[in-house]
Design a protein around this ligand. Structure first.
Ligand SMILES: [Zn+2]
Ligand SMILES: [Zn+2]
Length: 389
């Protein structure tokens, strides 16, 4: 429950918090792989071109898992508030913010769009020069400082808490750049489901539609059907993919491929428990690499690599392996978040595109049980665990 602090209350009994510091709960991680601690934190008001959001739902994605373990030292920053897949509403806006007002229903996005830089004006990229995803960034752009603090105690100063992926959604309130906020139309959109558009659904569907350009009759192989890593090397043709990193949005990829009329969607995973769920999502055939006796090196096609990589390891790739084959990568499914996501969400809401979002949410827990949610995901038992704040 949030409370005012720092400034006096109004005499008429209302307690608007616009422009004030908010005290609220957040799940703070203090070191690599350490359990999350629910802390009372202070969230400063948004500065110029920033927005303060009330997070209502957040889910956990593999990028959170990787950053929690902090495999890549250059991306380490503690204490930190992770989380990047969420939905909520605007609490207040900073100076010069256009198109967003308090009360708007929104999803934050880790890959922002300013709308005016050369990248945003080009159709060739969705990586804005100013606000693109940056796993190493831990502070706000406006002033290189944070908006999260542990309250001062015993004469000490407030202790800063670092930001994560432009979003930091494991908190009742967060401050993000307005370039990283997508407004949803309507008064009462189903935020608990739209939360998934914040990362997984957009990335997965976009990978099939925009990056792979799956066509009617295509054959698609999806490597990794959930949270468990996959021994992709055994499949030969994809031995340059780190399966641990490509497991995240596969069910969304499968759904995207199905919607584009793929004739065959082959799910590849070393955990056969994932096959039942995969079938529900449109996967037509399954391969367990553990049952394969030899690598599959023949063939051609396009490989799309997904995910925000926490590992500094390079792709071990012999150039001749690319004969007849292409490899590419996608961030946020190549969607421009602010200009294209509202349309995708509308098409889902009006039934024009049929996505099984209920099937992706395998678990729902209160925010306070975030450690249990991480356990479920790391053990491969959950696809998406939705946390209610
Ligand atoms: Zn994600
Ligand atoms: Zn831009």
């Amino acid at each position: 429950m949030a409370a005012d602090s720092g400034l006096d209350h109004l005499s008429n009994g209302t307690h608007p918090i616009t422009g004030r510091i908010i005290t609220c709960k957040a799940a703070v991680v203090w070191g690599p792989g350490q359990p999350f601690r629910i802390e009372d934190i202070e969230v400063d008001p948004p500065k110029r071109l920033e927005v303060r959001l009330r997070i209502l739902f957040t889910s956990i994605c593999h990028t959170d898992l990787g950053s929690w373990i902090a495999e890549n030292e250059s991306q380490r920053a503690f204490p930190r508030i992770l989380g990047h897949e969420a939905a909520g509403e605007v609490e207040s806006v900073g100076e010069d913010v256009e198109g967003l007002v308090a009360g708007d229903k929104v999803v934050p996005v880790f890959n922002g769009e300013c709308g005016s830089c050369r990248a945003c004006r080009s159709e060739k990229t969705n990586l804005c020069f100013g606000y693109a995803v940056d796993p190493a960034r831990r502070v706000m752009r406006a002033d290189g400082a944070v908006r999260f603090f542990l309250p001062a105690a015993g004469g000490t100063c407030r202790r800063p808490i670092y930001h994560f992926l432009n979003t930091s959604t494991f908190s009742e309130y967060t401050v993000v750049d307005s370039a990283c906020v997508v407004k949803i139309a309507g008064d009462s959109p189903p935020l608990s489901r739209l939360c998934l558009f914040s990362c997984g659904v957009s990335t997965g569907v976009g990978a099939a539609w925009n990056a792979a350009k799956v066509e009617e009759g295509s054959r698609v192989a999806v490597f990794g059907l959930g949270a468990v890593g996959l021994a992709g090397e055994e499949m030969g043709i994809t031995d340059f993919i780190n399966p641990k990193d490509c497991t995240k949005p596969v069910h969304e990829v499968a759904q995207g491929a199905r919607l584009r009329g793929a004739a065959q969607i082959i799910g590849v995973d070393i955990n056969p428990d994932k096959f039942t769920k995969g079938e529900e999502m449109g996967i037509t055939d399954f391969i367990n690499p553990k049952d394969c006796t030899k690598p599959v090196h023949e063939g051609w096609g396009l490989t799309v690599v997904l995910g925000v990589y926490t590992s500094p390891r390079m792709l071990p790739l012999h150039p001749m392996e690319l004969f007849q084959r292409k490899i590419t990568a996608t961030v946020f499914g190549d969607f421009k978040p602010k200009s294209q996501l509202p349309n995708l969400i509308n098409n889902y809401l009006n039934g024009e595109i049929k996505l099984n979002l209920d099937g992706l949410i395998t678990h729902e827990l209160p925010f306070a049980e975030i450690n249990q949610a991480f356990k479920l995901l790391s053990e491969g038992k959950a696809l998406r665990c939705l946390l209610t704040l």
